[in-house]
Write a new protein. Structure first.
Lengths: 328, 512, 326
């Protein structure tokens, strides 16, 4: 049995270095570095500051949503409606732009639409106690469906020129506004999840919602806030994406929900809830971005890259389990 | 009942076991659950398997029913060596079990629950529903269960579900019947009916393995005993050749008169008063008061509504009526968070689900309700957390490898210490302990009792829900007995006797 | 009797009849038997896939790869037909079902042997299958003129007044009803989803049962793959994109609990028909077909609210006087 010496219990079993070495994040970082090196050899165009800067657009918008989604999945819920929230928020901004509203108003409208959608999901899940996977499959159709009702096969264009900054602007040299936003949000979400009481509550709920409730955690309130955050991040992603594309169709960001979930799971977040980290998701975002960009330089079509992403998603979970079965 | 008419000569000295296990060893990561144990079951006889929690009883049941595979050892059935790679193999070999928890299906009908896995088939290999229902009706009739075979199990109460579990065990022509704490959730009347069933199974020549913690029950119905301690076989023989004291000595490895701590009585002013608490389906008219430094026992049968009252008091469920006063002030408690703020904390019976957050480290479990205390402006301060966790784990003499160890890796007793430490760190006024020593080994039991006494001596008010009479008698200053959601009696001083507890809990009149 | 009237299926049937009645008041042609048969035929692929999805969801899993499986199998048989028009339809059918079953088995093995959550597995295989279509086809379309007349004609061939596609849907529905009500595997789907812990005690291997659910779902997706490309006489990478969600929607509307173990095949069929009627009725009643997505999304939300209300576990009844009211 584990009846070791009674009196003094050390704080930690393993040193910080030992924990780091065994962590998922380090393994993933190694993969990212390997892909980076392989890409540099494979294509002469890879190691170019502007090309690399362009490549970040492959993942920054998805990663913003992935941060909030990571928190939501760690708490044991999921939101599959994020891409549809983008569509609805983008449609709302497009409609406002037709009325001649300026960039600040558009940003507010995009954000407010995201929050409203998040609140709707959150109310259904925490208020009525419905399973989030089904609710958000429903709202996924509903939100995008509203875009289709509004737009049909039309598109909104004609956004004000200053609105272009959010998706196309550069803060300094090759550093885009989106990339800065991505970095700031990564930091904020990292701190919230790993350094605050709120983050601790998320982990507690994900491991044992009943136990968390019985320890005085306001489980439903925390989950509602997480749905709000996911909606808000989808709204922000909608602002960036709409600004970058300069147009809105109802099919905008189609299928993104699955890429976002893939990013989160690849980042080491357990789909069953209870564990995961923001650094992991950040590295996963880079891995997915680098793969897409690298294969793109080699003229591999996007759909074929998805094979790689799909295999990566299953492989990263399957390989450790296969390994454990071998060594047992 | 006309039992024992053709009961076989249970005492035949030359009895040959129908099923025997030899040298069975089973190891789980980090734990040796069974080490070289033996067990023999005889036709027409009841063998009691006794041992403390963690002695390996459930493991041997799971090996016998094909859920687990032993690492080493042999199983012999009717003289032939056998193996049970799946539950189906065990059933086919004529071994059937009535499990501790009901392992049934709420969405399926009564009849299907009885026959799932071995349903009668037509010539084409399809399930023969008419035959299935007819046989289910027949088996239910045999145990005098008045249940509609077509009814979904969801609609039944706990006792009826237990009858279905028994019917399921009888639906195979079993040579060996395993009963794992079969009376734990039953009323007196239902227990008597179960005893009659056991006698009938004996008379039919079946071998019965009977697992129970209740000594009166073991001495009443068992013919033989086998004792496990810490995964080892420590003795077996005939019930007629052993007494209660000796059996306990075998179980715990020393002779134990359960000793409860001497109490330094310093009962102060009333600090909690509950008036007219009611819930639509669970309890009604619950009024009681609790004083500073007092230990108030709540006794009753399983399912009497004690935990439900406590969970309402802790804000998990909402009562429909009633008032809670703390130090004379009316407090509205609508969530556990509000209960904790009001100074009421709850150590639940279901430790794994409601008590500990398994997956989180020890120190995070302890600080979870005290985060506002250890953090600054919502930001964690790990050093503070470790300090608080250390303070309370040392006070409770926790045994663990490190404070960042997953609480799920600890033994039941040590998990309980973590849950209690978590609450003490909030500096509560009232601590409610629901079956605090259930699933806790004897050594830790005494520690928990001593600690409860210490807390009360320090002026904390304690409510202890327990179904163990010695614990209730040994620890409580005053006892409230509940039955069917109502307070049946409040006992104190000379009125507080084992007989009075049992009578009020069961609703038996004064002359019982 | 009241129990049957209150059942999920009865309510759904009532809703469908009410919907039809509403449409009929303004567009009586919609409810003519001929048109209803057309609607049924149009809904047949959804019904087939939803039946497969139902057994998967019953076992507490989900199969998001069905539409990608359908598209991949469809592309394989379309290319085969283009390359070797002489291959008989019977062989094509066997091939489609087998290939679909193999793709389903990949999901099943990953869930069974490696205990990877089904949503992750099928999310992954969904993208892999779609990518493979591109790899084998090089992104090219297989068009009507490359397909043989027998290949495209089979699902439309009319037997006893009904197109083959409808007959296949009916046949599979009958087969699945038999499977679920009368075979041990069918009952095991309910047992595994209802209480996996208890299922082990009855000798049911949970992982293996889930494996067979995935194989069945995959086989039906493969079959539908052929029917789909033959009916629309075209195969390309993106056919049936997003259809997996419509399939899940049909199950949820039909009352299949996402928590597993509860719901009936009849419910699923009604759920699929409900979606099919809405889809076919929109152009008739002159509502833009763009409304369809929002309507089915709302239907899912209403249905799941209803499911949870109906299945919400009642609290323990301890008080004697409360027993009568329960």
């Amino acid at each position: 049995m584990t009846d070791t010496s009674a009196r003094h219990i050390p704080d930690r079993l393993h040193s910080a270095a030992a924990r780091l070495l065994k962590s998922w994040e380090v393994l993933l970082l190694a993969v990212a570095v390997a892909i980076f090196v392989a890409n540099s050899f494979a294509s002469p165009y890879f190691l170019n500051a502007w090309n690399l800067s362009d490549a970040t657009f492959n993942f920054t918008e998805k990663a913003m949503i992935a941060f909030a989604m990571a928190l939501l999945i760690i708490s044991g819920e999921i939101d599959l409606s994020v891409a549809s929230i983008i569509a609805l928020a983008s449609t709302a901004m497009g409609a406002a732009a037709q009325l001649g509203l300026g960039a600040p108003a558009l940003v507010l409208i995009g954000l407010a639409t995201g929050l409203a959608c998040g609140a709707f999901n959150g109310a259904l899940v925490t208020g009525l106690g419905l399973p989030s996977i089904v609710v958000t499959i429903g709202t996924m159709s509903l939100f995008r469906g509203i875009s289709y009702i509004v737009l049909g096969d039309q598109a909104y264009r004609g956004y004000p020129p200053e609105f272009a900054f959010f998706g196309q602007g550069y803060v300094a040299w090759v550093i885009s506004f989106e990339f800065v936003l991505f970095a700031v949000l990564a930091l904020v979400y990292g701190v919230v999840l790993h350094r605050t009481n709120f983050g601790r509550a998320i982990f507690a709920i994900g491991n044992n919602p009943t136990g968390a409730l019985f320890s005085g955690i306001q489980v439903r309130r925390v989950k509602f806030i997480l749905f709000l955050l996911t909606g808000a991040m989808s709204g922000i992603a909608a602002i960036c994406l709409t600004s970058r594309l300069g147009s809105t169709r109802p099919s905008i960001a189609f299928g993104w929900e699955l890429e976002v979930v893939t990013m989160v799971v690849l980042g080491g977040v357990s789909i069953l809830g209870g564990s995961g980290s923001i650094p992991g998701v950040v590295i996963a975002a880079f891995v997915m971005g680098l793969v897409t960009f690298g294969l793109g330089l080699l003229n591999v079509p996007g759909i074929v890259m998805s094979i790689f992403i799909g295999l990566l998603l299953i492989g990263v979970i399957a390989l450790p389990r296969l390994w454990a079965m071998r060594t047992r | 009942m006309q039992i024992s008419v053709r009961a076989p000569a249970a005492g035949a000295a030359t009895a040959v076991p129908i099923l025997s296990l030899d040298g069975i060893t089973k190891t789980f990561p980090g734990v040796k659950a069974l080490s070289d144990v033996a067990l023999a079951l005889y036709p027409g006889e009841v063998t009691a398997l006794v041992g403390e929690n963690g002695a390996g009883k459930s493991t041997i049941v799971k090996i016998l029913t094909g859920i687990y595979q032993p690492d080493a050892g042999a199983i012999t059935l009717a003289g032939k060596p056998v193996q049970f790679p799946t539950a189906q193999h065990a059933t086919d070999a004529g071994i059937t079990a009535i499990h501790q928890e009901t392992v049934l299906f709420d969405d399926l009908s009564v009849a299907e629950n009885i026959f799932i896995g071995h349903a009668p088939r037509t010539r084409w290999g399809l399930i023969d529903w008419p035959a299935l229902r007819a046989r289910a009706t027949e088996i239910l009739g045999r145990i005098d269960a008045d249940l509609d075979p077509r009814m979904p199990l969801r609609e039944l109460g706990i006792a009826s579900k237990h009858l279905v579990a028994i019917a399921r065990a009888l639906s195979v022509d079993a040579r060996v019947v395993i009963m794992d704490e079969p009376t734990a959730a039953l009323s007196h009347k239902e227990i008597e009916e179960l005893y009659q069933l056991v006698e009938r199974l004996k008379a039919e020549g079946r071998a019965i393995l009977f697992i129970s913690h209740k000594f009166d029950e073991i001495f009443r119905i068992a013919d033989r005993y086998t004792v496990f301690r810490d995964g080892q076989h420590v003795g077996s023989g005939r019930m007629s050749e052993i007494d209660e004291g000796e059996l306990v000595r075998l179980m715990v490895g020393r002779s134990v008169d359960q000793i409860f701590p001497a109490r330094a009585h310093q009962i102060g002013a009333e600090c909690l008063k509950v008036v007219g608490y009611a819930h639509p389906t669970e309890f009604d008219d619950i009024s009681f008061s609790l004083r500073k430094g007092e230990i108030l026992g709540f006794y009753g049968l399983v399912g009497a509504g004690r935990s439900e009252v406590m969970q309402a008091l802790f804000g998990v469920t909402r009562p429909s009526k009633g008032v809670v006063r703390i130090d004379g002030q009316i407090r509205a408690i609508r969530s556990p968070a509000e209960a904790i703020r009001a100074g009421i904390v709850y150590v639940p019976e279901d430790r794994g689900k409601q008590g500990a957050v398994i997956g989180l480290p020890i120190f995070q479990n302890i600080t979870l309700p005290s985060l506002s205390q250890t953090s600054r402006r919502g930001f964690l301060r790990l050093a503070e957390e470790f300090r608080l966790a250390r303070e309370y784990t040392e006070r409770l003499d926790l045994r663990a490898a490190a404070l960042d160890q997953d609480v799920g890796q600890l033994s039941g007793g040590n998990q309980q210490k973590v849950v209690i430490a978590k609450w003490l760190a909030t500096r509560p006024r009232v601590i409610i302990l629901d079956e605090p020593t259930k699933g806790v080994d004897i050594g830790s039991k005494a520690a928990v009792h001593a600690f409860m006494a210490e807390l009360a001596a320090q002026g904390l008010s304690v409510i202890m829900v327990s179904s163990e009479i010695p614990e209730i008698l040994g620890m409580s200053d005053r006892v409230i007995v509940m039955r069917e959601g109502l307070i049946a009696a409040e006992l104190e001083g000379a009125a507080l006797t084992p007989e009075s507890l049992v009578r009020h809990a069961a609703g038996i009149g004064g002359t019982a | 009797m009241t129990q049957y009237l209150k059942s999920r299926e009865a309510i759904l049937l009532g809703a469908i009849l009410a919907l039809l009645a509403m449409i009929a008041t303004r567009f009586p042609a919609f409810v003519s038997p001929g048109n209803l048969l057309n609607v049924f035929n149009d809904t047949a692929p959804l019904i087939i896939l939803a039946l497969g999805q139902t057994v998967v969801i019953l076992t507490r899993c989900i199969d998001l790869s069905v539409a990608a499986n359908l598209a991949l199998t469809g592309m394989v048989v379309a290319m085969l037909n283009a390359a070797a028009p002489g291959v008989p339809i019977a062989v094509i059918l066997v091939l489609a079902v087998s290939l679909g079953a193999i793709l389903g088995a990949i999901n099943g093995v990953l869930v069974w042997k490696l205990s990877i959550p089904p949503i992750v597995v099928t999310l992954g295989t969904m993208t892999v299958f779609r990518g493979l279509i591109f790899v084998i086809s090089g992104g090219e379309w297989v068009n009507a003129h490359e397909m043989s007349a027998a290949f495209t004609g089979f699902p439309r061939s009319v037997v006893l007044g009904l197109p083959m596609l409808s007959w296949i849907a009916l046949g599979i529905a009958a087969l699945f009803l038999l499977l679920v009500f009368r075979t041990p595997l069918g009952r095991a789907f309910y047992a595994v989803g209802g209480n996996p812990h208890a299922a082990v005690y009855t000798g049911i291997v949970v992982g293996r049962t889930q494996f067979w659910a995935f194989v069945l779902s995959g086989a039906l997706a493969g079959l539908t793959g052929y029917l789909w490309v033959a009916r629309y006489a075209v195969a390309y990478v993106d056919i049936a994109a997003g259809f997996e969600l419509e399939v899940v929607a049909a199950c949820v509307i039909g009352g299949i609990s996402i928590a597993g173990g509860a719901g009936t095949l009849v419910g699923t069929i009604l759920g699929a028909l409900f979606l099919g009627i809405v889809k076919n009725a929109l152009p008739v009643v002159d509502i833009s077909p763009f409304w369809q997505l929002a309507i089915s999304g709302s239907a899912i939300i209403v249905a799941v609210t209803f499911n949870v209300r109906q299945n919400r576990r009642r609290g323990r009844i301890i008080l004697k006087r409360a027993e009568g009211h329960a």
